[in-house]
Design a binder for this molecule. Structure first.
Ligand SMILES: Cc1cc2nc3c(=O)[nH]c(=O)nc-3n(C[C@H](O)[C@H](O)[C@H](O)COP(=O)(O)OP(=O)(O)OC[C@H]3O[C@@H](n4cnc5c(N)ncnc54)[C@H](O)[C@@H]3O)c2cc1C
Length: 256
């Protein structure tokens, strides 16, 4: 089944073409497609590869013994509400982390010390169940190449409202303009935001795109920003940081 998606509306950074994507409703061979989630970490060009999304059949939360089984198209907000209602710990950060479970697992999304892999038990990739220890992962990285259909988490009791509040507070200083979250990963010894500031990229604008004047590592759409403008900014920032600090900034945003 195909569905038409306008990526300018669908993605959080408000860039991308209107194209038909495949909708996956059962496990199968989708190797010719790049599966995307809710588009919160994407920069989609005018000529992306063939894309697919997971349909509503993968939007579910089940509890079995001490495990939480979550379909990959389940939004983070739905899982957060479920955990709140059922007094389950360790998912408080999802209050400010937009995306679907598939996207969160693929990106090993997180904030400060917390990351989604912390409480992960296994992942269904292309119909095979892989235990967490069988998957290579690190800060904002996983070696997952197939389609994620669901993820299983260990359950601990005790939803922590205070922790959720502290995550919310951390988020208050974030830019409000459309973005895809952090543009670059933090290199080992520094924060990407600090490096970008030091090379005068904070607030640097090309056309409708800019590195935010609130937080330098957020590439924001000022209105009508384009893919090409975003790429120009990314290239410029990488070059300047390389020249001044001899550090190769690595993208956190996924370019398609
Ligand atoms: C305002 C804002 C703040 C943010 N803050 C943070 C933050 O603090 N920490 C953080 O880590 N991230 C942050 N992000 C980025 C984003 O929330 C995460 O990267 C999230 O995991 C993206 O999920 P998604 O469903 O939108 O995935 P998408 O952006 O659609 O896709 C991301 C990647 O996952 C792949 N993918 C998605 N679903 C599947 C699947 N089912 N199977 C296989 N591959 C899949 C895609 O191909 C792509 O490579 C922020 C984004 C915004 C807009």
């Amino acid at each position: 089944m195909k569905q038409s998606i306008d990526f300018k509306k669908y993605t959080s950074i408000h860039i991308g073409p209107k194209i038909k994507v495949e909708v996956i409703n059962e496990i199968g061979d989708y190797s010719k497609y790049t599966v995307v989630g809710r588009g919160n970490n994407l920069l989609v060009s005018t000529t992306p590869p063939p894309l697919a999304i997971l349909g509503e059949d993968f939007n579910y939360i089940l509890q079995k013994n001490s495990k939480l089984i979550v379909g990959a198209s389940t939004p983070s907000g739905r899982l957060l509400s479920y955990c709140k209602k059922n007094n389950i710990a360790n998912f408080e950060l999802l209050a400010k982390l937009p995306g679907n479970i598939g996207g969160l697992v693929k990106m090993n999304a997180g904030l400060k010390k917390w990351e989604i892999f912390d409480h992960l038990y296994s992942v269904n990739i292309d119909g095979d169940i892989l235990l967490k220890d069988d998957i290579k992962y690190s800060y904002r990285y996983t070696k997952i190449n197939g389609v994620i259909y669901d993820a299983v988490f260990n359950i601990e009791k005790g939803y922590n409202k205070e922790l959720q509040k502290s995550f919310n507070l951390m988020r208050d200083n974030q830019p409000k303009l459309p973005s895809a979250g952090s543009c670059f990963k933090n290199p080992k010894e520094h924060s990407a935001g600090y490096l970008l500031e030091k090379v005068d990229m904070k607030g640097y604008t090309i056309g409708g795109m800019a590195f935010s004047s609130v937080h330098a590592n957020f590439l924001v759409n000022l209105g009508g920003g384009t893919f090409d403008e975003a790429i120009k900014l990314i290239k410029k920032a990488k070059q300047k940081v390389k020249d001044k600090f001899d550090i190769e900034l690595e993208l956190e945003i996924v370019i398609l």
